[in-house]
Structures are given as structure tokens and as C-alpha cells.
Design a protein around this ligand. Sequence first.
Ligand code: SAH
Ligand code: SF4
Ligand code: F3S
Length: 475
Amino acid sequence: MEFKNAPASVNLEEGNRQHEYMEKVKEIIAEKTRKTGKKPTCCVTTFGCQMNAKDSEKLVGILQEVGYEVIDSEEADFVIYNTCTVRDNANQRVYGRLGQLQYYKKHKPSMKIALCGCMMQEPSVIEKIKKSYRQVDLIFGTHNIFRFAELLYKTLTSDEMVIDIWKETDKIVESLPVERKYSFKSGVNIMFGCNNFCSYCIVPYVRGRERSREPQEILNEIRNLAEDGVKEVMLLGQNVNSYGKNLDTPISFAKLLTEVEKIDGIERIRFMTSHPKDLSDELISVMKNSKKICRHLHLPLQSGSTRVLTRMNRRYTKESYLALVEKLRSEIPDLALTTDIIVGFPGETPEDVDDTIDVIRKARFNNAFTFIYSKRTGTPAAAMEDQIPEEEAQKQFNRVLEAVLKTAQEQTGMLKGLVKDVLVEEINEHDASLVTGRLSNNTLVHFKGDTSLIGHIVPVRLTEAKGFYYLGELV
Ligand code: SAH
Ligand code: SF4
Ligand code: F3S
């Protein structure tokens, strides 16, 4: 199928246009509410990364604004999947659940099913949905999510499948409503897209070129969040270390952090993700001297073999990664490092995996997300001839996982017995007499407490180290 080019008319006025559509949808929803005596319900399901989670908050913001009641069940009147396509299993989960949704819709024909997010930027996916999932009412992509109000209007006033996918956009639309999941912490987009083209990765194709938000927009948003009671912000981008380089008035990520630090009320600053090739000395120094930047850095390694890293187009070596870790550890000794690792990249040998394990041991990661390589159509790695059989990849994956578990337990356990500040996030999922919170270094802690603690930063003694998390006592 043909992807549309973004219309030239997209600009800051787009926000106003969308607010007009919200008014129109509000009337439709109000009419439905009058007729049935209750608000129609909606359900937003998110797959994938923090960026998608943030986008879903925007979808929920609009759905609430126009009058829907947000519920957790997919038997809602309006169901939307915000999809991910970074690995094939993410896609398969969407297809599986879509089957279930179509079943619900059979029993409730007035139901509307919508799909958006990264998977929808792939033409083959759209073809498949058009062919095999005729019950879907609305499909849009990552570049025009700000048009959701308008697309919702079209869907509610039409019986045809509405499809609107743009192949690119260079615009950022501000000022649309957002419904935050937590009252005390929030993700904040600082940039969109990615220019790195790691050879295995589909993100640059589905999220487009790198675009940074203006620092004033970001800082205003964070000031408003702080006024609203938010204590922790997570600055989001695929490669935050290259933030600001392409703005009319360039600014470094480290400088942006210094400005965020000045905002009263914000007590913790996190960010995701840092590409090792762009991590500057300026950033290390700002982190070191900061009272608010959390003692945690997610620094994806992907592979410890320089040969594989080169084929991955990561633009660093085993040695330079380890040197960076050394520098970080000596400057910020209490820093927790986490990482992402891919096993089974085309041509990867057991010796390459030995290198990865060597880096895991030397870098002493607090945690690592380990993935089996997934072939993504259209990426350079998908065309490489030496693809690794699933079985072999699984065998190597197990070796890597073992190494990760060992260092993660050792590293995480190092704070045992100490008293540390914890930002309490929620009642424990399994035991309602406990609350769950996070250390500055991102480790989870569970301890006795109640809802009155949620959103507060409290001192907790870390009494028991349980592998990836702690049990503690409020002091
Ligand atoms: N921008 C981030 C990563 C975003 S994707 C960064 O560069 O660090 C999150 C993780 O998914 C990646 O770090 C990588 O480990 C994994 N990933 C991406 N593409 C993959 C693929 N084709 N197969 C398996 N894992 C993949
Ligand atoms: Fe993908 Fe690499 Fe961009 Fe991360 S930096 S999103 S892994 S292309
Ligand atoms: Fe997935 Fe898109 Fe994020 S592909 S990992 S949801 S940027």
C-alpha cells in the first residue's frame, strides 16, 4: 500500500484543529450517554516501550476528554491496541488478541476496534489486517497520533475501515490532553524517532527520523507537572544523548538536564535510553554533581563482541564500552548500570557470546534485558546470509542469562542493611499489606505500608536482598 506524505499544513495550529474535533466527538458521546443512561467505555492496551506507554497516555487523555469511561476490560465500546514491532513475538501477540477482540465484536456489533503504533507503519501488516481482520474500524500510525481526535470522529461517523498512515513527519504537535497513569511520576518525551539504524532494528523505519522538542516546551511541561505534584520525571527518547543536536539553537542533553534540575518540586530525574557512542563527559559530570538525577543508567550493550558490534552498526567496540563503564564507575561509584543484550544475531559464534559474557562480568550490570535476535523485514541484518537457527540461539541465550542473573544478584545485593530513600509507587501486587517503591538506582523495594505512602519519598532499611529486589522496613 501507498503511505501518504504528511500534509504541509501540519503546524502548531493543528492542536486547535484537534480540539475542534474533540468538541464534535464530545457531542456524539454525550448523545450516546443520554440514550443508554451511561457513559460508553474504552480500553487502551499498550505493547512495547516507554515511548508507546507515553503515547497511550495521550490516547487516554483524549478519550477521557471526549467523555469515555476508561476501563481495564477489552469488552469495552472502544478498544485500541497501541502496538510494537521491535521483535516478531510482539506482533504475534497482537494478532492473537485481535482474534479474541473480533469474537467480542460479534456479540456486540456497535463495538469499535482501533489499532495504532509502530506495527502499523509496516505495509505488510496493513495488508494482512485488511485481508484477515475485517472487523477493525480504525488504523493509524506513529506519525499522526496527534490526529487521534479527528480519526475517532471519522470512525464514529462511518461504517468503513478508516486507515490513515503517514510515512514520515517532521512536526511535533504540542498542547493536546494527556491522562497520566501515576500522579507522582511521569514520562516526558524529549525527542522522537531515531537516526542510528542499528542493522537489526526496525525502530528508525517505524518511528522516523530523529526530532528533538524545543527545550522551552519540555521545561514548561515539567514545570506544569511539578505544580501538579509530580516528583519524578523520566525523559524519553531512543537516544537521549543526541538530544538537541538538530535544533535551530542546538543544546546538549547534559545542559537540558541542568535546566530540569532547577525546577522546584521535581526530586528525581531519570532518562531512557542512552546510546554508548554518544555518552559525553559533560553528561557524566552533570550526573555526578546532581542531587536529583537518579543513580541509574540504562546503557544498551547489545553484544560484547566487537566483530558483532560492527555488523550491528553500533559504532563502539568491546574495549570502548568497557572503558566507558570504568569511567562511569570511578566518577559515580553508586551508579547502577542496566543494559539490553541481543543473542543470536546473524553470524554470531559461541566465541562472540563469550565476549558478551566477559563484558557482563566486567561491567557488573544490575540487570539486563536479554533478547533472542528477531529478523525484521527491511533491516540490513534481515538480508545477512548467516542467520542463526533458533535452537542454537536459545542455547547461547541460556548461557548469557545465567551470567546476567549472577552479576545482577551480586550487584543488587550490595545495598543490604543500608537505609535508602524510596519513592513509593503502589500497593504490592501480591500482598496488600506491602507497598512497592523504587530506589534512586531503580531497584524495587517491598515493605509494610499503606496507600497513604504512595507518591512519597521515605527512608527504608533494606533488610533482605532477594535477587532483583529488596524487602525492607520503613524507618
Ligand atoms: N533505542 C534503544 C533501544 C530500543 S529497542 C537503544 O538503542 O538502546 C529496545 C531493545 O530491543 C534494544 O536495545 C535491543 O536490545 C532490542 N531489539 C531491537 N531490535 C531487535 C531485534 N530485531 N531482535 C531482538 N531484539 C531487538
Ligand atoms: Fe534501534 Fe539502534 Fe535506534 Fe536504538 S539506537 S532505536 S537499537 S536503531
Ligand atoms: Fe516497540 Fe515502537 Fe517502542 S517498535 S519498542 S513500541 S518504539
